[in-house]
Design a protein. Structure first.
Length: 405
């Protein structure tokens, strides 16, 4: 009975905003997908949202402080632009956004006062976007007349949790790229340096998918639990698989069907974008599942190779997505393994040597059985032969044959 009453009350709120029940259920499906939940849980998510929004209407708002460090504001922009129905509105009704430089109507002294009062009252979440700049004792970025790192510290140490939203907040992002002249770092590293022991949820991406934040706020605000985090404090359901794992062009990758040039017939056939620089195989995020702009499309579907914007090692600003992945749109020539850069050719030779060693051992067994033979390895691609400067190495099976003989 209580559920029915809540649903009816909530429905009248949706009606007042011109949002149909169908659109609302679609939103809950998106939240469930972004949170890595089965679509069977959509009804539960809907109930949780309803209870939370009704609770909020009755005075139970959960306070959130949203601060911005050094950034392009793309993270707030991405969050503010999602629509149909507007999840931002639904979420904003679950929380009390007491401070947000971009979205709040207030400004200046009264805004800073709201932040201080929220900190004093306690029991809030800090959403932080942008990098922390430590250079010149934090004067590289001053906010409201103070070093930005000081207001971050003051707000983070009393928070229930800190959501580092975006690659800049996760590890400094593009500002952390060499020479990192402003000494940019992410929230987790700075908090560690300052001895601030508050849970951190890292949500990389430049910008991150706003629906990831919706899902996290649903967990933290409504379910009162932290999402399961991986070894880099990133929500496991969002960041444990690679872009490549869930890519619709994966079949073409497996078939060796690549786009080598934009504007080519291969591009028109939606072949795999690896040869024009796709970083999907080494970038961990569920972009292909959640998609962008209310599931309309996402980078690879729209024809752009993944540029690895979710690459962000929270404790190492040097391991940021720009430094690791530039130059974009060409195949990777340097790969990092344990912080050491390798040329793919070197890795190719190491792999060939390892495979050869296995083949030799395997060969003894096959010889003993009297059926020794070699599978052909990939030849030099025609395109690579014509473009030696852009080739990532020669596929030469003579080494294998030599080692195996
Ligand atoms: Fe960084 Fe966000 Fe990239 Fe921009 O604020 S993650 S530069 S999209 O906006 O911080
Ligand atoms: Fe993998 Fe990128 Fe090719 Fe998709 S387009 S299959 S992510 S390499």
């Amino acid at each position: 009975m209580e559920n029915e009453a809540t649903t009816a009350k909530f429905q009248s709120m949706l009606d007042a905003r011109g949002i149909s029940r169908r659109s609302f259920m679609k939103l809950c499906g998106t939240i469930a997908a972004a949170a890595g939940l089965s679509q069977l849980t959509v009804a539960q998510v809907a109930q949780a949202v309803e209870n939370s929004v009704i609770g909020a209407q009755e005075g139970g708002l959960y306070p959130v402080i949203w601060m911005e460090g050094a950034s392009c504001t793309g993270c707030t922009e991405a969050f503010a632009q999602i629509d149909d129905p507007d999840p931002a509105t639904v979420v904003l009704e679950m929380i009390s956004l007491n401070y947000c430089e971009t979205l709040s109507a207030a400004a200046g002294w009264s805004m800073e006062e709201a932040r201080k009062q929220t900190i004093e009252a306690g029991n809030y979440i800090l959403v932080y976007e942008g990098a922390l700049l430590k250079r010149w004792d934090g004067h590289a970025l001053r906010i409201a007349g103070e070093p930005g790192i000081d207001s971050f510290k003051e707000t983070a140490e009393k928070a229930n949790a800190v959501v580092a939203f975006g690659s800049c907040a996760t590890n400094g992002g593009w500002m952390g790229a060499e020479p990192n002249s402003s000494d940019a770092v992410g929230c987790q590293k700075y908090m560690q340096e300052q001895g601030i022991d508050v849970p951190v949820i890292n949500v990389p991406g430049c910008p991150p998918n706003p629906e990831w934040l919706v899902a996290i706020l649903v967990d933290v605000v409504m379910m009162q639990v932290l999402p399961e985090l991986n070894e880099q404090n990133k929500p496991a359901v969002i960041f444990n698989e690679t872009v490549h794992d869930n890519c619709e062009r994966r079949g073409h990758f497996e078939n060796g069907e690549f786009v080598y040039q934009f504007g080519s017939p291969e591009e028109a056939k939606n072949y795999c974008l690896y040869a024009v620089g796709c970083r999907g195989p080494q970038t961990r995020a569920n972009c292909g599942i959640v998609r962008y702009n209310h599931r309309r499309s996402w980078c690879v579907e729209s024809g752009a190779p993944c540029i690895g914007c979710c690459e962000a090692n929270p404790l190492d600003p040097g391991d940021n997505w720009v430094e690791v992945n530039t130059p974009f749109y060409i195949r990777h020539r340097d790969l990092r393994i344990g912080g050491v850069p390798f040329q793919p050719t070197t890795i190719g030779w190491i792999a060939i040597a390892a495979v050869a060693a296995v083949m030799v051992i395997h060969g003894f067994g096959m010889k003993a059985k009297g059926n020794f033979g070699f599978v052909e390895t990939e030849k030099v691609r025609e395109w690579d032969a014509k473009h030696p400067n852009e080739s990532i190495g020669v596929y030469d099976d003579s080494v294998l044959k030599k080692e195996g003989e």
